[in-house]
Design a protein around this ligand. Structure first.
Ligand code: NAD
Length: 277
């Protein structure tokens, strides 16, 4: 083997947290996990394209605050993750405005809780579009840029529900299992291009997507919200606490560094032991 090609001997070696000069597109980064990852990129010197839904003035406040607190360039693109052309435009925007694309995080996601026989068909289509197909459209647009640069990192935000199921979440569980298959396939296709593609599988994290779910689960299961939190949500996690966004930032920074170069096509469970059961 040519020892000079070992990552730890390369002159441009990128250690964990060294994101200077790099750029990231993070879908669904106006809130929750995506926003935490965007903060991590900007605070480590990388430029970011934010994306997601929300009040325009609030998004602009978040963007401006992130830019001024980090010194990085922080832009926003409003692509709707149900629209393939808008997603492709978001990736082109990142290259046009920031000059390159090093990191793509397919993170946008929604949830809907209902028994399969009552599951609204439009909710099924929407969840498959946002939680699964959007990653295809963004990855499809990003890979040619990453190959041309000779390096790239794709991180897909899957879920413990990409590995195991829970009742009443048929669309979400199907999409998250799908994204893990997609991650593996892309990883094989780009393995010799110094591009990696991995999935993170968080357990429950305290974000708006979970807050809404507690009320929905209480309705579907005919339980109190307190009981849903104790037995359904934290009941799955042996640690009996939420996973934190800082803990997800840790694995993310590893995956996008050069130390993560051989992590490819893998799913990283950050779930307090949920899927070990
Ligand atoms: P969140 O609700 O805080 O964030 C979701 C983001 O997706 C928001 O920015 C929202 O605006 C964006 N979004 C939704 N629909 C969109 C659309 N059509 N176009 C563009 N953006 C859209 O939730 P979160 O917990 O931060 O979730 C982020 C990801 O992490 C999701 O994929 C979710 O499935 C996954 N996840 C979350 C948990 C958890 O417990 N919170 C656990 C496992 C996986």
């Amino acid at each position: 083997m040519d020892q000079s090609s070992k990552p730890d001997e390369a002159s441009s070696f990128r250690d964990i947290g060294d994101l200077k000069g790099q750029t990231a597109v993070i879908t669904g980064s106006t809130s929750g996990i995506g926003l935490a990852l965007a903060r991590a990129v900007a605070s480590h010197g990388g430029d970011v394209v934010l994306n997601g839904l929300g009040d325009a003035a609030e998004i602009e406040r978040t963007r401006a605050e992130l830019e001024s607190s980090s010194g990085a360039r922080v832009l926003y693109h409003p692509a709707d993750m149900t629209k393939g052309e808008e997603i492709a435009d978001m990736v082109a925007f990142a290259e046009r405005e920031l000059g390159r694309l090093d990191i793509l995080v397919n993170n946008a996601g929604i949830q809907y809780v209902e028994a399969v026989e009552n599951f609204p068909t439009d909710k099924w289509e929407q969840i498959i579009a946002i939680n699964l197909s959007s990653a295809f459209y963004a990855t499809r647009a990003a890979i040619p840029l990453m190959k041309a640069q000779g390096r790239g990192r794709i991180v897909n935000m899957a879920s413990a529900h990409g590995l195991v199921a829970s009742p009443f979440k048929s669309a979400y569980v199907a999409a998250k299992h799908g994204i893990i298959g997609f991650t593996k396939t892309v990883a094989l296709e780009v393995a010799q291009d110094n591009v990696t593609c991995n999935a993170i599988c968080p357990g429950f994290v305290e974000t708006p997507i979970v807050a809404k779910q507690i009320a929905d689960q209480a309705r579907t299961r005919n339980m109190s919200e307190e009981d849903v939190l104790k037995t359904v949500i934290l009941g799955s996690q042996p640690t009996k606490r939420f996973v934190t966004t800082q803990e997800l930032t840790g694995i993310f920074l590893y995956l996008v560094s050069d130390l993560g170069a051989s992590a490819n096509g893998a799913s990283f469970s950050i779930d307090g032991g949920w899927t070990a059961q």
